[in-house]
Design a protein. Sequence first.
Length: 285
Amino acid sequence: MPTICIANEKGGVGKTTTAVNLAAGLSLALQNSSGTSGRVLLVDMDPQGHALLAAAYGSHNADGHASLSALLTESPPPSVQPMIRPSSHHPNLFVIPGSRSAMVEAARLLPTLMANESRLQRALAPIQGQFSYIIIDTPPTTGDLLVNALVAATHVLIPVETSYLGVSGLLELQRTIDAVRLHFRPDLEILGYLPSLCEEQRSETREILYQLQQRYPGQVLAPIHKSTELSYAHSSHMDIFTYRPPRQRQPGQLASSSRATQEFAGLVNVILNRHSKSADALSTD
């Protein structure tokens, strides 16, 4: 089952917004699927825990020994199954609670531990088959938390702020991905580069979009535009599909009249279609 890491070593590029709304959109799209094929898990590797605040406010926090940090630092790690909690807005979306202070401590301890790069991968292995998708949000820094997320992932989705500074940070991320492929996950696949915070009326944005398409042909996804609705949704502890639902949601319907819901619905459909094609290819081998 796909485990998608949302990664960029630069902050403020829309990683958490992407992780929360992709997880929520997948949950909505799969809500009528039976059994594990309709379940989605959101994992927040950023010590700030902002993805959890949007997806599971009120049950997002736990004591360190019963949270994600324990899975990363304790030897042997505790069982992950009892930690899993339902999200606030979608019955088939689940989270692993966090603890900001414990995750900060985990980031400090990880470099001193044995097999420190693959601890998240081993912790998630027992529940991998219980979810159709696992979405991992990451911190905006290079370090063992990011490396753990990449090692645990099958795919990487890279939000890119459409500015010169946003594009300049991609080289360092590519080096990290290459190192993870070399030492741990040779099959780690880049799903695509997601232009974020787009303001296409700015000439700089149009130029950056062109540069991205030239540098990564066939890998640049449809952009997510800058939107006050996305900010308001997050500050209200909601994903965009919950914050701006259609007046009467039909089965499988994600988008409303809101541009933000339409753009994230498009991203969800891209992910679902690629997974479906990959599954079809495997079934014919």
